[in-house]
Design a protein around this ligand. Structure first.
Ligand code: A3P
Length: 319
């Protein structure tokens, strides 16, 4: 459906555009197919507003991810890295010791859905934000902007599905088979997963200075190396003084699974996702690679692997 160019439209005024989009029901939610991606119906108007209204600034850093691929961890690492001047990571007053990482890095999809995008405007530069949107949903002012850095994180899609199942089953009544089947069809929230991956993967190959493609499993193996890579990518490399003071290792320690999970800020309270409400605790489950074996039959795993392999064939991306 065509979208006019009125940058001042509030999200509620795009209902006619939404009702023209293909729809599907999955996991008790109505999804709409918008620019190739299946998105929760309630989010579409916000995405349209975002495309019209979002104005990138030099130095913006956008974290991007499919759900349940390590967003919370990446948010914490990126926030601690970018804020290290004002907030030394070993300091007793660090914001991550009293706030959930999702409170430190705003989720732009949700702010636009709620018509609260002014909160992004109010952030001082350089801004750090997050999206679950496919790259095809981002405005060209972001994707074709050498001053805007995108850091994408993903993980083995099987682990992503299992993590999503544990996360959503508390707020939605559906079975793992429901989730599995909708993911295989590509019709799960922010699906198809393969297009989500390919959009950022291709961009990381053609524009490596603008898109950094990270994998959760590799970060688990060498978190300090990845923090250094992240800092270099966003144009804030660690100085010799930072290195001598052990700042990269302190950031990794502060953001480690055990450290964050154990904080009272993450044991209590909840995150208001506008459409859903998630306890802070629910963002920290096991934090390991390969837990799919405990939740998926070998047949399911093989079916899903085959689909993913098929869809990614020729791209150079494998899991
Ligand atoms: P599991 O459910 O497999 O344990 P997201 O943050 O995108 O919602 O992803 C959640 C996944 O990241 C969960 O995986 C969660 O346990 C894991 N996770 C959360 N914080 C982490 C951290 N600091 N280090 C490593 N993994 C983390």
């Amino acid at each position: 459906a065509a979208v006019d160019d009125d940058r001042s439209s509030p999200p509620e005024e795009h209902g006619d555009i939404v009702s023209d989009l293909p729809s599907s029901t999955a996991l008790g939610m109505v999804l709409r197919q918008y620019r190739g991606s299946w998105v929760i119906q309630e989010r579409v108007t916000g995405f349209i507003s975002l495309q019209r209204r979002f104005t990138p600034r030099p130095g913006d850093v956008l974290l991007a991810s499919p759900a349940k691929c390590g967003t919370t961890w990446l948010k914490a690492l990126a926030f601690a890295t970018m804020a290290r001047g004002a907030h030394p990571p070993a300091g007793a007053q660090h914001p991550l010791l009293r706030m959930n990482p999702h409170e430190c890095v705003p989720f732009m999809d949700e702010l636009f859905t709620a018509g609260q995008d002014a909160r992004l405007e109010a952030l001082p530069s350089p801004r750090l934000m997050h999206t679950h949107m496919h790259r095809s949903l981002l405005p060209a002012s972001v994707t074709h902007n050498p001053d805007c850095k995108i850091v994408f994180i993903c993980r083995d899609p099987k682990d992503m599905l299992v993590s999503l199942w544990h996360f959503l089953k508390g707020v939605r009544p559906f079975t793992f088979a429901d989730l599995f089947n909708s993911a295989c069809e590509g019709k799960s929230p922010n699906g198809p997963i393969w297009d989500h991956l390919l959009g950022y993967w291709s961009a990381s190959k053609t524009s490596p200075d603008n898109v950094l493609f990270l994998r959760y499993e590799e970060m688990l193996i060498d978190p300090v190396g990845h923090v250094r890579k992240l800092a270099r990518f966003i144009g804030q490399p660690f100085s010799h003084t930072d290195e001598a003071a052990g700042i990269p290792a302190d950031i990794v320690k502060l953001c480690s699974f055990d450290k964050l999970k154990g904080l009272s800020a993450n044991k209590a309270g909840s995150y208001d996702g506008k459409i859903f409400n998630f306890s802070h605790e629910s963002f920290f489950r096991k934090g390991v690679a390969g837990d799919w074996v405990n939740n998926m039959t070998p047949e399911m795993a093989q079916r899903f692997d085959t689909i993913i392999e098929d869809k990614l064939r020729g791209s150079g991306l494998t899991f």
